[in-house]
Ligand binder design. Structure first.
Ligand SMILES: CC(C)(COP(=O)(O)OP(=O)(O)OC[C@H]1O[C@@H](n2cnc3c(N)ncnc32)[C@H](O)[C@@H]1OP(=O)(O)O)[C@@H](O)C(=O)NCCC(=O)NCCS
Length: 165
């Protein structure tokens, strides 16, 4: 990671607003955005609201650990976040939501965040780690980062949807 970046634990609710901004900027290829693109707005708010809520709920779960990457030359502005959860009973960690603000993508932050997360997971002592990622083009960088971190595909997933009545 460039020297102007550092990583620290996420502080919630203080960091929630910036994490919400990042989610809205990056997840145009995510499930909520793609459903909205096909069916129009669903519910009382645009997809960014529901996607951000899903991310914040996930990273605030009691078993989750979340971190943010800050730009130390821009007053500690948050430029990325990452997360994981540990399931001791299952002896497995799950890498969770992670994203890099668009203007900072392609600089290695995603890969270095993943290395940081994998170090924390290994320190935890669990024997296995998994991650779920979409197979569309928008997630090519994510799959690349996960493959470089050692993950191998077990199976693909398909999200299906319909309008009722
Ligand atoms: C996934 C994400 C966090 C990666 O962050 P990043 O800082 O850009 O990642 P890095 O720069 O470390 O690495 C990206 C890799 O993808 C590769 N890549 C990017 N676009 C690519 C493309 N169109 N085709 C092939 N490879 C591509 C880069 O070359 C790089 O690989 P390399 O290290 O071998 O060169 C970022 O793209 C993002 O926020 N995506 C949207 C949210 C998301 O998908 N999150 C993960 C799923 S929950």
């Amino acid at each position: 990671m460039q020297s102007s970046y550092s990583i620290r634990p996420a502080r919630l609710p203080a960091d929630a607003s910036r994490i919400t901004d990042i989610v809205g900027a990056v997840w145009k290829g995510g499930g909520d955005a793609l459903v909205e693109a096909q069916y129009g707005q669903i519910g009382n708010a645009p997809w960014q609201h529901y996607q951000s809520k899903a991310v914040l709920d996930w990273i605030q779960s009691p078993t989750a650990q979340a971190y943010v990457v800050v730009d130390t030359e821009r007053e500690g502005e948050i430029v990325a976040f990452c997360s994981f959860q540990i399931d001791r009973d299952r002896d497995t960690a799950t890498v969770g939501y992670n994203a890099v603000f668009p203007t900072h993508q392609g600089r290695g932050i995603g890969g270095l965040m993943m290395n940081y997360v994998m170090d924390r997971i290994r320190e935890s002592g669990v024997g296995y780690a998994g991650v779920i990622v979409a197979d569309n083009d928008e997630h090519i960088p994510a799959r690349r980062v996960y493959e470089k971190a050692g993950f191998q595909t077990v199976y693909g997933l398909r999200y299906m949807f319909q309008k009722l009545s």
